[in-house]
Design a protein around this ligand. Structure first.
Ligand code: HEM
Ligand code: HEM
Ligand SMILES: [Fe+2]
Length: 495
C-alpha cells in the first residue's frame, strides 16, 4: 500500500469512528470544546499509564521480561509521569469546563488556549518518545536539558519544563482574564489563588542542586505541596462546583465548606511537608513538626466527605447523571481512605522509621492518587460526554448501564486489591528488612525474596489486570453511553 492509499484508508476509518461514536461537538460551548480536547488526551494517557504499570508489575515477577528492550526504571517512569500528566490534563479540562458557566462569559483567550493544548500535547509526545528511545547513556548537562532530569515524578527534561510553564501561564491568563471580564465568585477566587500557588510550586522543581539533601528538600516542595495542598484545593473547587451543578446544592453552602476546607488544607498540609524531611539529612526539629502537622492532614479530608455526603443526602441523590455522581462519591471515600487513612498510618516518625520507602509508600500512593484524583476526573468525563451528546438523560433506565457500573466496580476493586497486596508486602519489608535485619543490605534481599513478598507481587499483578480491564470497559462506556438516548435532562434549577 502506498502512502496515499494509507492516508485515505486512515481518513475513512476516522470518519467511520466518528459515525460510530456519533458525538456532535456543536452541543458544546467553545470552552467545553477545549475542555473535551484535554479530556480526550487525558484518557489516552491514562491508558498508557496502566499499560506501563502492567509491564512494570510483570517485571517484578519475571525480571527478564522485555530485558534489554524496556528497562524497569523507564516503565516505572512512564507509568508515573503519564499519571501526573493525565491528571493535569484532566484538571485543566475541568477548569475550562466550568470557567464559562462560572464567569458568565466566553473564554477570553480561546485561540491561545487551543495553541497551548497542541504545544503541550506535542511536547508530551516527544518527551515520552525520548524516554523510550534513549533509555541509557551518560548523565551530562545536556541530558538534563534534552533527555531526563532524573527526579521522580518530574523527570521531564528542562526544555519541556519551560514549555510547561509557558502553557501554564496561558492557562492562568485565560482563567483570570475570563473571570475579570465576566464575574468573580468565591469559587473563582479560590481557584485563582490556588493556580498561583500551583505555578509557584512548579518553579521550585526547575533548578538542580548537587547537594542531595538540598535537592530532596526542594523536590519535596514540589511533590508534597502539589498533592497535599494545591491539588487537594483544586479538587475542592471542582467538587464544590459539581455538587452545585449535579445536585443543585446552594452556592452559599458549597462556598462556606470550601473556605473551611481550604483553610484546614493549607493549615495542615504546608508544614505537613515535614513528613518527608525525617531521614534526608534535614535538622531534627522536622521530626516534631512533620509528625504533628501531617497527623492533622486527614481533618480536611473528613470535612470533604461530610460535605459531599451531606449535600448528596439532603438532595436525596436526585440527579441526572448517575455515573458522574457515583464517581464523586468514590472520590469522597477514596480521598479519605487513600490520603487520610493510608497517609496517617505511616506519617508518625516512630512508624515511618520502619515503613519509609517500602511498599507501604506504594500502597498509599496508589490508593491516594486513584482515590483523590483519578475519580474526580472520571466524574467529569461522564459530565462532559453527557453534554457532548446534547444533554441526554444518564440516570435511571440508561441503556447498557451495566458497563459503567462494572467499570466503576472493576477499577475500584482492582486498585483496592493492589493496595492491600502492596500493604502486605510493606508489612513484611518493615518486619524483616527493618526490624529483624536492621536495615542491612542482606535484610533488603531477605525481604525481597520472602514468599509473602513474592506472592504479594503476583496478587498486585492480578489486581492490576482487574484495574486495566476496568479502564478498557470505562473507555468503551464513555464512547457509547447515552448514544441512543432520546430523553433529555431536566436541568436542576440553581437557587
Ligand atoms: C491525595 C493526597 C495524597 C497523595 C496523592 C499522596 C501520594 C503519595 C505518594 C505517591 C507517596 C510516595 C512518594 C515517593 O516516595 O515516591 C507518598 C508518600 C507519603 N505520604 Fe502521601 N499522598 C497524599 C496525602 C497524604 C497524607 C494526607 C498523608 C498523611 C496524613 C500522607 C503521608 C505520606 C507519607 C508519610 C509519605 C512518605 C512515605 C515514606 O516515608 O516512604 N500522604 N504520598
Ligand atoms: C494496571 C494497574 C497498575 C499497575 C499494574 C501498577 C504498577 C505499578 C508498579 C509496578 C509500580 C512501581 C513500584 C515500585 O517501584 O516498587 C507503580 C508505581 C506507582 N503507581 Fe502504579 N500501577 C497501576 C495503577 C496505578 C494507578 C491507577 C495509579 C494512580 C492513579 C498508580 C500510581 C502509582 C504511583 C503513584 C506509583 C509510585 C509509588 C511510589 O513510589 O511509592 N498506579 N505502579
Ligand atoms: Fe506528603
Amino acid at each position: 500500500m502506498n502512502a496515499k492509499e494509507l492516508c485515505e484508508k486512515s481518513r475513512a476509518s476516522m470518519s467511520e469512528f466518528k459515525t460510530w461514536v456519533a458525538l456532535d461537538v456543536s452541543n458544546l460551548s467553545p470552552g467545553q470544546q477545549l475542555a473535551v480536547k484535554y479530556f480526550s488526551v487525558a484518557v489516552i494517557l491514562f491508558f498508557a499509564q496502566l499499560l506501563f504499570g502492567m509491564i512494570a508489575a510483570t517485571q517484578f515477577i519475571f525480571p527478564n521480561f522485555l530485558y534489554g528492550w524496556l528497562d524497569f526504571s523507564v516503565n516505572r517512569m512512564v507509568h508515573i509521569n503519564a499519571m501526573v500528566v493525565w491528571m493535569l490534563y484532566g484538571f485543566i479540562g475541568c477548569t475550562y469546563w466550568l470557567l464559562e458557566e462560572e464567569s458568565g462569559t466566553e473564554i477570553v483567550g480561546l485561540k491561545l488556549g487551543e495553541l497551548a493544548f497542541w504545544v503541550l500535547t506535542g511536547a508530551v509526545t516527544l518527551v515520552v518518545l525520548v524516554y523510550l528511545l534513549i533509555q541509557t547513556g551518560a548523565g551530562k548537562d545536556s541530558t538534563l536539558w534534552f533527555i531526563n532530569e532524573g527526579r521522580e515524578y518530574i523527570e521531564a527534561p528542562r526544555w519541556a519544563d519551560i514549555g510547561i510553564v509557558i502553557v501554564m501561564l496561558i492557562f492562568f491568563y485565560n482563567v483570570v482574564a475570563t473571570f475579570s471580564k465576566g464575574k468573580w465568585s468565591g469559587i473563582a477566587g479560590v481557584l485563582t489563588l490556588d493556580l498561583v500557588a500551583l505555578a509557584g510550586m512548579y518553579t521550585a522543581g526547575m533548578f538542580y542542586m548537587t547537594n542531595i539533601t538540598h535537592e530532596q528538600f526542594w523536590w519535596w516542595w514540589v511533590i508534597h505541596l502539589w498533592v497535599e495542598a494545591t491539588w487537594e484545593v483544586l479538587v475542592g473547587v471542582i467538587m464544590a462546583w459539581s455538587l452545585m451543578k449535579l445536585l443543585g446544592v446552594k452556592r452559599q453552602i458549597v462556598t462556606t465548606w470550601l473556605y473551611i476546607e481550604v483553610a484546614l488544607m493549607f493549615g495542615s498540609g504546608i508544614l505537613g511537608l515535614g513528613h518527608h524531611y525525617f531521614w534526608i539529612g534535614t535538622p531534627e526539629y522536622w521530626l516534631a513538626i512533620g509528625g504533628f502537622f501531617s497527623a492533622l492532614e486527614p481533618i480536611p479530608l473528613v470535612a470533604m466527605v461530610v460535605h459531599a455526603m451531606y449535600d448528596a443526602g439532603s438532595h436525596s441523590f436526585k440527579n441526572s447523571n448517575h455515573p458522574a455522581v457515583a464517581w464523586i462519591i468514590a472520590q469522597a471515600f477514596g480521598n479519605f481512605f487513600g490520603a487520610g487513612v493510608w497517609g496517617f498510618m505511616h506519617t508518625l516518625p516512630q512508624i515511618n522509621l520502619y515503613t519509609h520507602g517500602t511498599q507501604w509508600s506504594a500502597s498509599h500512593g496508589h490508593l491516594a492518587f486513584f482515590g483523590a484524583y483519578a475519580t474526580i476526573n472520571i466524574a467529569f468525563f461522564y459530565l462532559a460526554i453527557q453534554h457532548w451528546r446534547g444533554g441526554v438523560w444518564m440516570s435511571g433506565g440508561t441503556a447498557n448501564a451495566w458497563r459503567w457500573k462494572w467499570a466503576l466496580g472493576l477499577l475500584n476493586a482492582g486498585v483496592l486489591g493492589m493496595t492491600i497486596a502492596l500493604l502486605i508486602a510493606g508489612y513484611e519489608q518493615s518486619f524483616i528488612e527493618r526490624a529483624t535485619e536492621g536495615s542491612s543490605w542482606g535484610g533488603y534481599f531477605a525481604a525481597q525474596n520472602h514468599p509473602s513478598f513474592q506472592s504479594a507481587m503476583v496478587w498486585r499483578w492480578f489486581f492490576g489486570l482487574m484495574t486495566f480491564s476496568g479502564l478498557i470497559l470505562l473507555i468503551w462506556d464513555l464512547l457509547t453511553i447515552g448514544k441512543d438516548e432520546t430523553r433529555k435532562v431536566q436541568e436542576i434549577i440553581q437557587h
